[in-house]
Design a protein around this ligand. Sequence first.
Ligand code: AMP
Ligand code: MG
Length: 412
Amino acid sequence: MIPITDIQRQILDGLPLLPITRIGLRETRGLVLAEDVAASGDIPPFANSAMDGFAVIAADIVDAPVELLVTGVIAAGAMPEGAVTSGTAIKIMTGAPMPAGADTVVKVEDTQDIGGGRVLIVNGAPRGTAIRAAGSDVSDGTVVMRAGTRLDSPQLGLLATVGVAWPQVRKRPVVGLFSTGDELVPHETAALQPGFIRDSNRLTMRALVEEAGGIVVDYGIVPDREEVLRSVLGHAANTCDLVVTSGGVSMGDFDIVKSVLTEIGGVDFVKVAMQPGKPLGFGHLDGTPFFGLPGNPVSVFVSFLQFVRPAMFAMMGADYLYPPVVKAEMQSDRSTAPDKTVFLRGFAEQRQGRHTVEISGGQQSHMMMALSDANCLIVVPVGVGDVCVGDEVDVVMFGGRETRTRKEVLGG
Ligand code: AMP
Ligand code: MG
């Protein structure tokens, strides 16, 4: 058996980078920036008010309450017409440009409209209050984002802010998927004939690929017949940037993914020192990276997180590839195989500021229910074997469940 980290190294070593292109920012979610981006101008571009209130001169309001003459009003999106002079104020809205002369904004809550074009400043404010200086977020020329950053909502917002409408990114990987197995029928099948099961892996893999930023080409269910497999593999390798399959990679008589690809060459079939997910095929088909994942549904998920998703990220040019790991305190006892890295399906949560984790249900690799109830994988490294209540373990987070139910919020 080969340690996980060795396989991960081997996988990353041979991966091609996807080509660089420019794409409209709207379409780049989940892609990876391929250039450093510098701000061409200050953000904010001009000094503006952080509050709805009155632009004043700080020296005028030291002895608040004081009355000031209101000489105008500035809306967001408008330009100030006059300047603030001693004894006067200009009403100003959040985001509106600061008028000349003013050095402070008093928020509306600290004022009182006393009519006659005058305002009572009830509470004073130190000089500079509630003003957002030009460049206070980002100053002109600052590198705001580095090549290698994966774009999600905050990054898209920042690129939009600095006016990068067509960022250079690496293209979205096209990932060919199929399931193998004569026992499989489409998941839409309502009534199962004896001996058949629904193909779940293709749905799991599709979601994983899309979450990782890829585009799926779905080749369906491929029967355990060599000529069919050869033809689909050939087509997928020519069409896609990456091909991922499930099933047919272990020791069975009909594990034809392994036999066919061993014959074609370019793909290694290894036993990884991990559970679930021991059998794995990895290599290149006509230059296209290929992953032959095991058939067991939980193995598919775990192997995808450990190998395929990082490979997709690497091909997309991302700096960071592997899912985040946090420390958590075990709330369950469990004996595991000491010769493998075991990934138990668990549910982690924060209690009194620290993470606790418990096993989320049955742990065999066909058991989807405990996976669906999990939000993390509990890592039991090689050589450990038994884990007990109170032990500190690493957990690989994969799904943040929201906290606080509607009922908790609304009460009753
Ligand atoms: P295999 O690796 O092909 O021997 O498959 C291992 C186990 O996973 C068997 O019990 C298969 O029936 C099951 N399996 C294989 N492919 C799928 C799939 N696409 N969806 C659900 N279960 C599968
Ligand atoms: Mg099979």
